[in-house]
Design a binder for this molecule. Sequence first.
Ligand SMILES: Nc1ncnc2c1ncn2[C@@H]1O[C@H](COP(=O)(O)OP(=O)(O)O)[C@@H](O)[C@H]1O
Ligand SMILES: [Mg+2]
Length: 315
Amino acid sequence: MIAIENLTKRFGQFTAVDDLSFTVKSGEVVGFLGPNGAGKSTTMKMITGFLAPTSGHISVFGYNPQTHSLKAKTLMGYLPEGAPCYGDMTPIKFLRFIGEVRGFRGAELTQRVRAVVMSLQLGSVLNQPIETLSKGFKRRVGLAQAIIHDPQVLVLDEPTDGLDPNQKHEVRRLIRNLSKDKIVIVSTHILEEVTAVCTRAMIIADGKLLVDETPAELEARSRYHGAIRLELSHANHALEQLKKLEDVASVTQSSDGGMLTVFPKDGASLFLPINALLQKNNWEVHEFHVEKGRLDEVFRTITKGVKAQGVKVNG
Ligand SMILES: Nc1ncnc2c1ncn2[C@@H]1O[C@H](COP(=O)(O)OP(=O)(O)O)[C@@H](O)[C@H]1O
Ligand SMILES: [Mg+2]
């Protein structure tokens, strides 16, 4: 497992990572979520041994990435910010080179390269210099080098940044398929990514850990958790009736009047009582949707007051 204790990184007077402590067990996919400048990349650079902490302690399966750098790096695959690769190399040369650095030779090297080329669908660009590839292919080459040795720990810094929706989907699928018995730490400022791939979400802002819980728990903090969105005939009449239901805290109406959002009292479920009311009145329902909660709202509430260098919430 990975154990982080009181991890701190200062650049001069500036504290980029401020006293982080947490552990991650095998099988967990942890999402680092936070505004730009929160300290996500700096934390990842320290975990992977590319940056020395100012203070605090990191253990990767018992190895300190600074003092047992090679042992720790052997266990880890890392996709750094921006997925840097050697641009003048072709993917096939680059992946064979990384495979050799990872200690593979001969038939095993060829087999490892073939496996990552297959799983990241790089077959069509193998002989084209990396610098001439599209962003999506470059990112996939970066992911391929990170997983070529089938590492126990995978650290991915914004792996879907700048990809189109299909490519994002592919990368998320890859992460989900990888993660069975591994530790995956993935940073993102795309909130849906957390529900799509993570078992655990850590919100970091100003270098501090503000929240560490499951994506479902995070959604449950939202005012919209369990709210019901309704589009129906007789909206004005329905609004009055809905307000009278015992478990309803409040009802809001869209500016054009047709859409209602019904908020439950704490912990109450509105599905059955609202359904009963709809049937009794025979209103024509065009939409009925139970909200899980809105992560962008939760994220803003949690990081409010923390000075952000630009927050992107919708990807
Ligand atoms: N080498 C460095 N020297 C000085 N400041 C740095 C350095 N690296 C990062 N920082 C600062 O540390 C903060 C955290 O950066 P970073 O970890 O990249 O954030 P994130 O990845 O969450 O966007 C930022 O304010 C950034 O400007
Ligand atoms: Mg970053």
